[in-house]
Design a protein around this ligand. Sequence first.
Ligand SMILES: NC(=O)c1ccc[n+]([C@@H]2O[C@H](COP(=O)([O-])OP(=O)(O)OC[C@H]3O[C@@H](n4cnc5c(N)ncnc54)[C@H](OP(=O)(O)O)[C@@H]3O)[C@@H](O)[C@H]2O)c1
Length: 238
Amino acid sequence: MKDKIALVTGSSQGIGQNIALKLADVTSGIAVHYRNNRNAAEKVVKKMREKGKLAACFRADLTKEKEALALVRKVEEKFSKIDILVNNFGPILVKSWEKVKSSEWDYILHSNLMSALYCLKAVLPGMRKRKWGRIINLGYSRAEQLVAFSKITPYAIAKTGLLILTRSVAASEASAGITVNMVSPGLMEGGILPESKSVPRGRLGKFEDISSAVLFLVSDEADFISGTNLVVAGGWKI
Ligand SMILES: NC(=O)c1ccc[n+]([C@@H]2O[C@H](COP(=O)([O-])OP(=O)(O)OC[C@H]3O[C@@H](n4cnc5c(N)ncnc54)[C@H](OP(=O)(O)O)[C@@H]3O)[C@@H](O)[C@H]2O)c1
């Protein structure tokens, strides 16, 4: 992994930041992406540079296709390639489905589903050329359960859609040496449901739990794993 370059969307904070920092330990360079918080992104970059890694931060609103394409182009210009894409950005909206406004539906579907599609379509040509690529989409632990989610309906639809996209692209890109997988967190520390009692493992998820799953799936050891959904949720609601 020493010569690999990774782009992690939404890596100025939270799960994405941790994934980016952990990936920095095993790759040669990381593109840190943010939307508003440049200071936070620059701090992440500084930590990586202190470890002797190539790192830079890039701004983009990934709900807009043009900005997603420009982000990928800028990262490829700066680092000459993208080997690993982690589509991490994906906000939740907790609201009864009938109260969700059209603009909110639009935002949740674009941020969780379309942003990943825009980014992955843009990185595929380079990955195909080099015959190696890793794409990880962040899901959520119940994305495979086709049941009623009346308080998070757009989010659940978007994440289940993202899983179908993950498997569709995994199947079509396998011959090009590109794997596409989903990592699905459950209840997390700092998340919207800070309720550890309902988690069979007896604790909430930590950022490191998610990063470890991502690190495994981008490694050479995971070369034959594509189209999987790795649920990292301590046995919650399985
Ligand atoms: N956290 C949880 O409890 C949990 C549980 C299950 C699944 N997940 C999934 O795990 C992933 C990470 O979740 P998270 O809660 O850590 O973070 P998140 O809210 O999905 O992402 C935060 C990041 O996204 C950036 N961002 C904000 N608006 C943006 C926009 N319009 N375009 C592009 N980027 C934008 C932020 O940048 P700025 O800092 O500049 O604003 C920040 O870097 C998500 O896919 C989420 O659905 C999370």
